[in-house]
Design a protein around this ligand. Structure first.
Ligand code: GAL
Length: 969
């Protein structure tokens, strides 16, 4: 079954461009019914992000991983040194022939730091998790039909510094954990039975942030195969503009490359598709692409008066760009676009489609409990749904380029994005990172601002200004439709400061300076780029300094920040401030400010590390939700032993008035203070506390907490009752404890254990910044303590239809079982896994001899010239005279072969031959015709020497004409 049809009843472009967020939000109204803070499970599948580039295939299975560094062995002797620096000859773990059979098999995305224990001596800002160095290897076969195509591997993100080898040659160095690396395999590629070997050394000790950054190949990896004349990666730029006549036009520029041996003339066709997939406009143009060069095809599509993209209705259109050669479609790419205008006004803030929009934003790091930075696409969508549910409309990708899928969801769910660059540096290597970001994201309707830096100490210097000017110019060359900002934290009034050279001034904190800056710079639009930095421990309502617990009454904040309420008040009251971005939407590992060890994650989040809401969630819901009434009560109402003592009851709502009742008794009505909330002091009595939010005297929403009894049973609550059995869909499942009447027990902190069938347990968490329990498990069973009533496990559905069953137990409690449906939906294609085989690839070939030479004959060390260098499978010319040659190779046997012996196999050998290994003749080939030859080899550790004596006939192919493999017996 096609999952999209299942979900949306159609498979056109409309279905491809579906908007999952909107349906989801409605279901959140059930929140807080019994004090359980999570939304009711949805009964539907999450739409999968569409594959807009058919030339890409996922390359995420069958990777081998080694944690720790593997030093490259020092070459021995002159010849070894000479060869060690030649193309194709990488040594050690980067060598094609390296034995990785005892490395762990992992699938990507993979964050190896997420499974690390917390270590006191490790870096505090990175969350006390050692990161270190790791190696990945993947063997890969390419279909001979792909010969002549452009072949790339796309690593969407590697934390952090990476060196990538393809078939023994360095193919890329990368120095940022936040940008994609497009590796051109084409010149190195081998086809058919010749395996290709991809090796990545990752140095995750390199730091780019002061937060948890993860380690390894933590985003998607793709194999890309394209026609020899095709559009380059990120090679389509669509730039919708509204003309003075009110009509919309979409200038489309496609950049093509040609790897053929002759210039190529092709036709480029661009079509604008409406949300239902119907063509609205089509244009064609011809372009000639030079050999190993590039050419742009520029077209303009007349879109008329299309439906707009907005936060409330994020309508997406698509531009389909095709390359036709000789009338045949050889390449096709789709780009999702939206029609919207964006304008920042210095007095009135932001206008989208000429409607005022206040940025109700959050800053986000890429990190979630249990999975670290390797967040599944579906979990990204779930996190965004949580933000949507509290009225959030904007996200600042702090402080780096996010994964593409996060922005794909933003386009579809209607978020406004400040897309931020990581490294403040206009030097070419770093400028390339910024340019990549703009190329990748410039088609996205969600992206409304480019941010060139966050809080740089050089922001108030002449050098800083010169740097921003250069970086801004680079951005504008690629996209002049969006304003550029920089997130400054001070130096606003220095004679040289970067606010003078950005389009929109970004204020981090310094809320007391908003008015002064605006007064001194009345024509400069401004937004808060970062604010708040308040602290809350989810579910805690008293601060315990020694225990590193911080109350959730929104009373504590970093000295440079402010409470959630005070910070928003400063923004809400000023129309000239376009909006704000709360630090942060979710907690993240690392930066445990204001604490240190043993605290391992932050307190800043509106939601905790698992996405469980803190009081801040209710505060912002009251601030930001306009389309439905909301009301919430803090704290919970289970305080045994506190009977008769006063409890501060804090109510947040967006209604007009709110009435509080305890056990049916009226505690008074207050006019709602939408920003600061409303407070009562209530002597505690167990029972039922209820807040009734009213408009025009009518109750429009209620919130209730009931005093829970002791926990008697566990409960499991998923986000969705059905998952796609595509080996990819993932979701969080909440574990909580309930009392004898089935009510959530907010004070339970007991240990739980669980097992998962039909799905893979990716990780666990509970939102406690002080918890050191492991977040990952090797098998289907795990454990986690509830923290203030809640814990979470994250599961990924296995492939195929059927059931997912999760069982949870806790000592003395009734266990819980949860059954989910797994819809039979085909997994996305993955590049086939290739069994690891040891190959002998590099040979020296002697000059020709008329007589049979001694098989022990070898070139002198230092003689790099008298004997040829040849590669098995690369044919050499037929001999003019019959005669003899020696082919010599050295190899290090893989551990198993060294211990048990093996078999050496020549797939295709031309001429009569004698095969010698370590000075012993082990096989003879009698016939001259090309044929395979194989023979057992004895166990022995290396290095081993193979000498092949070939008696070649004249005029026929001879020598090593195919791969040479060493396999187990
Ligand atoms: C800001 C910074 C953020 C985070 C925050 C904590 O200065 O931009 O990355 O460190 O402080 O309050």
């Amino acid at each position: 079954m096609d999952r999209r049809q299942l979900l949306l009843g159609g498979a056109g472009a409309g279905a491809l461009l579906a908007v999952p967020g909107r349906a989801a939000v409605a279901a959140y109204s059930a929140e807080d019914s019994d004090g359980f803070p999570m939304p009711a499970p949805l009964q539907r599948l999450l739409p999968r992000l569409p594959d807009l580039d058919p030339s890409r295939t996922r390359l995420e299975l069958g990777w081998r991983f080694h944690e720790g560094d593997i030093p490259t062995p020092e070459p021995q002797g002159h010849n070894d040194t000479y060869l060690s620096v030649k193309a194709g000859n990488a040594r050690g773990a980067a060598a094609m022939a390296y034995d990785d059979t005892d490395w762990a098999e992992v699938r990507l995305p993979h964050d190896w730091a997420a499974g690390q224990p917390f270590v006191r001596t490790a870096n505090v800002s990175e969350g006390y998790r050692p990161r270190g160095i790791g190696w990945y290897r993947r063997a890969l076969r390419l279909d001979p039909a792909d010969r002549g195509k452009t072949i790339e591997i796309h690593f969407d993100g590697i934390a952090t510094d990476a060196t990538i080898w393809v078939n023994g040659s360095v193919a890329a160095h990368n120095w940022s954990g936040y940008n994609s690396i497009y590796v051109d395999l084409t010149p190195f590629a081998r086809f058919g039975d010749e395996t290709n070997v991809i090796v990545v050394r990752v140095d995750a000790d390199a730091k780019e942030g002061w937060w948890y950054e993860g380690a390894g190949l933590y985003r998607h990896v793709w194999l890309v195969r394209r026609a020899s004349v095709a559009i380059i990666s990120d090679g389509v730029h669509c730039d919708p503009r509204q003309g003075g006549d009110g009509r919309w036009r979409v200038p489309v520029t496609a950049t093509l490359a040609n790897i053929d041996r002759a210039a190529a003339s092709v036709t480029v066709e661009a079509a604008l598709l409406d949300p239902d997939g119907r063509e609205i406009a089509t244009q064609r143009t011809d372009v000639t692409v030079p050999v190993l060069g590039r050419a742009d095809a520029a077209l303009t599509l007349d879109a008329g008066n299309p439906a707009r993209w907005s936060v409330e209705a994020p309508t997406l259109h698509a531009v389909r760009t095709r390359v036709l050669r000789g009338g045949e479609i050889v390449d096709e790419r789709r780009v999702a676009i939206g029609f919207r205008t964006v304008r920042f006004d210095a007095d009135k803030g932001l206008f989208v489609n000429e409607q005022p929009v206040k940025l109700k934003g959050v800053c986000l790091h890429q990190d979630h409990a249990g999975v670290g930075v390797a967040i599944p696409d579906a979990l990204l969508a779930w996190r965004l749904e949580r933000l949507k549910a509290m009225g959030c409309n904007a996200i600042r990708m702090s402080h780096n380029a996010p994964t593409a899928e996060l922005l794909d969801w933003c386009d579809r769910m209607g978020f406004l994005v400040m897309d931020e660059n990581r490294n403040f540096n206009p030097a070419p290597d770093y400028l390339a990172q910024l340019e990549w970001l703009v190329r990748r994201d410039r088609n996205r309707p969600s992206v409304i601002l480019w941010s060139v830096f966050n809080e740089e100490p050089m922001q108030g210097t002449e050098a800083g200004v010169e740097m921003v000017r250069r970086m801004s110019a680079a951005v504008r060359r690629l996209d002049d439709s969006r304003p550029i900002t920089a997130a400054m934290n001070g130096s606003f009034y220095n004679p040289s400061n970067v606010s003078t050279v950005v389009d929109v001034m970004g204020f981090n904190y310094y809320q007391g300076d908003y008015d002064k800056f605006h007064r001194l710079n009345p024509t400069k639009p401004m937004t808060s780029s970062e604010d708040t930095s308040a602290f809350e421990t989810r579910g805690a309502f008293a601060t315990d300094r020694a225990g590193h617990v911080i109350t959730s009454y929104d009373t504590e904040a970093a000295p440079w920040g402010g409470t959630h309420r005070a910070s928003w008040k400063n923004i809400a009251e000023r129309p000239f401030v376009a909006g704000g971005f709360v630090w942060t939407g979710f907690d993240y590992h690392g930066e445990p400010t204001p604490h240190e060890w043993p605290t391992i994650s932050s307190f800043f989040g509106i939601l905790d590390l698992c996405g469980f809401p803190k009081t801040a969630f209710d505060i912002h819901s009251a601030h930001w939700v306009d389309d439905r009434p909301v009301v919430a009560i803090a704290p919970h109402w289970t305080w045994p032993g506190r009977e008769g003592q006063p409890i501060k009851v804090f109510v947040t709502s967006n209604a007009e008035t709110v009435a509080l009742r305890l056990n049916g008794r009226d505690l008074g009505v207050q006019r709602v203070d939408r920003i600061m909330g409303n407070e009562w002091t209530v002597p505690y009595a167990p029972g039922r506390i209820e807040a009734r939010a009213m408009r025009g005297g009518k109750i429009v929403a209620t919130a209730v907490h009931e005093t829970a009894g002791p926990p008697v049973a566990l409960r499991l609550t998923p986000a969705r009752m059905v998952m796609a059995g595509d080996d990819e869909d993932a979701q969080p499942i909440t574990i909580d404890a309930v009392d004898a009447r089935g009510r959530h027990v907010p004070t339970a902190n007991l240990a739980t254990r669980f097992t998962v069938e039909g799905a893979t347990l990716l990780g666990v968490g509970n939102g406690d910044p002080n918890c050191h329990e492991t977040e990952q498990f090797a098998g289907p069973a795990g454990e986690r303590s509830l923290f203030n009533g809640l814990a979470q496990l994250i599961v990924r559905a296995d492939a195929g239809g059927g059931r997912i069953v999760v069982r949870a137990t806790a000592s003395g409690l009734k266990p819980a079982a949860l059954k989910l449906d797994r819809a039979d939906i085909a997994p996305r294609p993955q590049v086939a896994m290739v069994p690891a085989v040891s190959k002998v690839r590099d040979w020296r070939r002697s000059p020709a001899f008329a007589q049979r030479p001694d098989p022990g004959l070898a070139p002198a060390d230092g003689d790099n010239n008298s004997w040829d260098f040849i590669h098995s499978g690369e044919p050499t010319p037929a001999e003019a005279q019959p005669g003899w040659r020696i082919y010599r190779a050295r190899f290090i046997p893989w551990k198993r072969i060294a211990a048990e012996g093996g078999v050496i196999t020549f797939d295709a050998l031309g001429g009569k031959a004698e095969l010698w290994v370590d000075g012993t003749r082990i096989a003879v080939k009698e016939g001259a015709a090309t044929a395979p030859l194989s023979a057992p080899i004895a166990p022995s550790a290396g290095p081993r020497v193979v000498a092949l004596l070939v008696n070649a006939p004249a005029g026929q192919p001879s020598g090593i004409l195919g791969p040479v493999a060493i396999t187990g017996r």
